[in-house]
Design a binder for this molecule. Structure first.
Ligand SMILES: *Cc1c(COP(=O)(O)O)cnc(C)c1O
Length: 487
């Protein structure tokens, strides 16, 4: 028996981690697009270990085999780099985590780590739950967290039902997130974390992150930001002092729409009033090796690789869709049937100036097309139709290019009426808090030419005057029967 001892594997593991550290240093010197394209998958890894495969391999295996008991002992004791079992880690997942950690930390000089999750909601739960533990110095005290009320519908439910109703943890809602005193008045000794979504889905709430971070850190509280709508191509909250970022990678990051997936990205040494040094030192690593190992909300290797392929082009894609959305928003703003357009890119939006401080196309100053920093505001916007719910549904039902779907971030334009879909469960009161009236349509402009999206909006709005110009044959608009006919 070739028994080399546990130490042999530990030493080999150290060498491999040192090499990996040097590789990461090299990657950190690259520009955003290069990182997005290559991530942590090196040519050496491709040639020496993966048959030269240019694209990161999809490791469809539940677990990893070991040479002998020594290697197994070192691996399961977390003494060497290992992936063990795909509920904890997997090489494909590792490539996904590696690139997202680098992109979210881009330009900040920070060391970051990432935890892959099966969905954006799992990312949010993974990020907030470790803080919701009782303080031994205050047994029985009711915990709370301070979070904006303008959040994604799923987040609203997770906070209002899973935390508040089921676990008696108070959600202190910040109704005007742009007013720093609204945040401060809600913090006390039982507060565990500060949470915000920016820009918010769909109402485009936005706040001065640096001020909120300064406030939170004064009280020794971590700041968690959902930055799904912006993506790291337009905004990286860690750079401004946030401790943790959550992403629904399902959306713009993985634009082709193959799968649901999420991520938590954290800086090292986060701020928290919880007495847990391992958690604070490397939050994502801690989540991965302990709570998420036990809870199991992991991503599948296939979804990780599918998403990875989309992430490579995130910068140029966000540039394109942001410019198109700007054009569409300007068209809608000038239309007489529209009551209001909410898009941070419009100078008329009250938060335009503030958002312009934070949201710009990464590396635009190094892009020969621009040569300077240019603001970009993403592809999510909303607009309100004059006259209430009825005409709103009429316009919505007349779309022929824009899909009616509760989705966003797609390469194809999609729209929804949040009051009857994504935000229906939270009820009238919750919608009022989140600023979501029933005449609001959320639109996410895709990669089509913006003129064609404007054409679809224009013909849909014309139905309000009794006009209907069909792009497609009206015989096919009858629902189920028409699909059967086409087959
Ligand atoms: C969709 C979405 C989520 C939830 O992500 P899933 O991947 O659908 O679980 C969270 N936050 C925002 C802003 C979202 O748009």
């Amino acid at each position: 028996m070739d028994n080399k001892g546990v130490n042999f594997y530990v030493e080999a593991g150290k060498r491999s981690m040192e090499w990996h550290g040097r590789y990461l240093e090299q990657m950190r010197k690259c520009r955003f697009d290069t990182i997005a394209v290559h991530g942590v998958y090196s040519m050496q890894e491709a040639l020496d270990f993966n048959q030269g495969s240019l694209i990161e391999p999809m490791y469809m295996s539940t677990s990893q085999g070991y040479h002998n008991s020594d290697e197994m002992e070192a691996a399961l004791g977390y003494m060497i780099p290992t992936w063990c079992y795909s509920r904890i880690a997997n090489p494909s997942m590792y490539y996904y985590e590696g690139v997202l950690a680098l992109l979210e930390g881009y330009g900040s000089g920070l060391e970051t780590s990432c935890l892959a999750t099966a969905s954006g909601m799992a990312a949010i739960q993974s990020a907030v739950d470790p803080f919701l533990v009782e303080d031994p110095k205050r047994p029985g005290a009711k915990m709370n967290f301070v979070a904006t009320c303008q959040v994604y519908g799923g987040t609203f439910q997770q906070f209002a039902i899973r935390k508040e109703k089921e676990r008696n943890i108070e959600w202190r809602k910040v109704t005007n997130s742009n007013d720093i005193s609204d945040w401060e008045s809600k913090i006390d000794e039982n507060t565990r974390f500060i949470y915000g979504e920016m820009p918010s889905n769909p109402s485009q709430a936005f706040f001065d992150l640096e001020k909120v971070v300064a406030l939170a850190h004064k009280y020794n509280l971590p700041v968690i930001i959902d930055s799904t709508v912006a993506t790291p191509a337009l905004f990286r909250p860690l750079e401004y002092g946030a401790d943790i970022v959550v992403q629904s990678v399902t959306k713009s990051l993985a634009t082709s729409g193959f799968s649901i997936c999420g991520a938590v990205i954290s800086r090292k040494n986060i701020v928290s009033n919880i007495d847990n040094d391992a958690m604070k030192a490397d939050f994502c690593q801690y989540l991965k090796l302990l709570p998420n190992r036990d809870n199991g909300p992991n991503i599948s290797p296939m979804n990780a690789i599918l998403a990875l392929n989309d992430i490579r082009t995130i910068r140029t894609r966000m540039d394109l869709v942001s410019s198109s959305t700007q054009k569409v928003a300007e068209f809608l703003e000038s239309h007489k049937a529209i009551e209001q357009v909410d898009y941070l890119g419009l100078p008329s939006h009250e938060l335009h100036e503030l958002a312009s401080k934070y949201m710009y196309l990464v590396d635009s100053e190094h892009d020969p097309r621009y040569g300077k920093k240019v603001n970009r505001f993403g592809h999510l916007m909303s607009f309100r139709i004059k006259g209430g719910a009825k005409p709103t549904r009429q316009v919505f039902d007349a779309f022929e290019r824009i899909y009616r779907a509760t989705d966003l971030g797609r390469i194809k334009s999609v729209a929804t009426i949040p009051a009857i879909s994504t935000h229906s469960q939270q009820g009238e009161e919750g919608r009022k808090l989140a600023n979501i009236p029933d005449n609001l349509i959320r639109l996410c402009v895709g990669g089509e030419h913006p003129d064609d999206i404007i054409r679809d909006l224009d013909q849909s709005l014309q139905t309000l005057e009794g006009k209907k110009v069909f792009f497609t044959s009206p015989e096919f608009s009858a629902g189920g029967a028409s699909s059967a006919k086409l087959q």
